[in-house]
Design a protein. Structure first.
Length: 255
């Protein structure tokens, strides 16, 4: 399993850290198998048990948070109808994801596919936070994991991508003639001495891993001829209702 800075193609969507997505899943009938303090266990209507991973012994059930005051409520995408606090063992309910805005904090490629006890085995996992939550890297239990390619009929749509005109790994020169490498919207690597924390627009594309032409240069320059980095931050913050985490502050040996 490896973390990547680059985008990953799943279907027609390329995911990368910083993406703001809308996520939903049709509410589907399911049966309640158990009720415990803070959680209700649902006989999951999707996925299959992986017979080759007895060490996980998944029983086909998934626990959904039942208490809005519980810490996990803000991490949970799935909801029940009726609300889980009104459910009892043996009851029939519906489980799904109401239209929810999330932002991507991690993209993990699983090669080979990751054994979890559940089929299909994931080849890609997204770490996401619900709108209204700011990433705090020291909090390991923050957010939840989304498998965009499993058997759950989840709809995922890209709402906003900061710096969507740049590819990860692009190198640019800003208006102050300072060189930068784009490792993500909140992870800029300054390639020359200087004191600026972020590049000043407009930007001129100077290198791209897969090569570039004049049209690519024009696209980057035109997109940054007006506006600013702070403008990208402001739009992202408004949509995500959060503050972006500056990944440039991470140690160089961290992903």
């Amino acid at each position: 399993m490896s973390h990547i800075d680059g985008g990953t193609m799943v279907g027609r969507i390329r995911f990368r850290v910083g993406d703001i997505l809308t996520v939903s899943c049709p509410f589907t009938e399911a049966q309640v198998s158990a009720v415990r303090p803070g959680y209700v266990s649902i006989r999951w209507p999707w996925n299959r048990v992986d017979p080759d991973t007895p060490q996980f012994a998944w029983n086909g059930e998934v626990a959904v948070t039942s208490d809005p005051a519980h810490f996990d409520w803000k991490r949970e995408l799935f909801r029940t109808d009726p609300a889980p606090q009104h459910l009892r063992p043996g009851a029939v309910c519906r489980v799904g994801i109401p239209l929810t805005v999330v932002h991507v904090t991690d993209v993990v490629v699983c090669d080979p596919p990751r054994a979890t006890g559940i089929l299909p085995r994931p080849t890609l996992l997204l770490g996401v936070l619900l709108a209204g939550q700011t990433e705090v890297p020291e909090h390991e239990d923050q957010g939840c994991t989304l498998d965009p390619d499993d058997d759950v009929p989840t709809s995922i749509d890209l709402l906003f991508r900061p710096y969507d005109f740049l590819h990860l790994g692009d190198e640019v020169i800003d208006t102050n003639d300072c060189s930068w490498r784009f490792r993500g919207p909140w992870h800029w690597e300054r390639l020359a001495d200087g004191t600026a924390a972020m590049p000043a627009w407009p930007l001129t594309l100077t290198a791209r891993l897969e090569g570039f032409d004049e049209a690519d240069m024009s696209a980057v320059y035109d997109a940054t001829e007006s506006g600013s980095h702070s403008g990208e931050v402001a739009r992202w913050s408004w949509l995500a209702d959060a503050t972006p985490f500056d990944r440039s502050s991470l140690r160089r040996d961290q992903p």
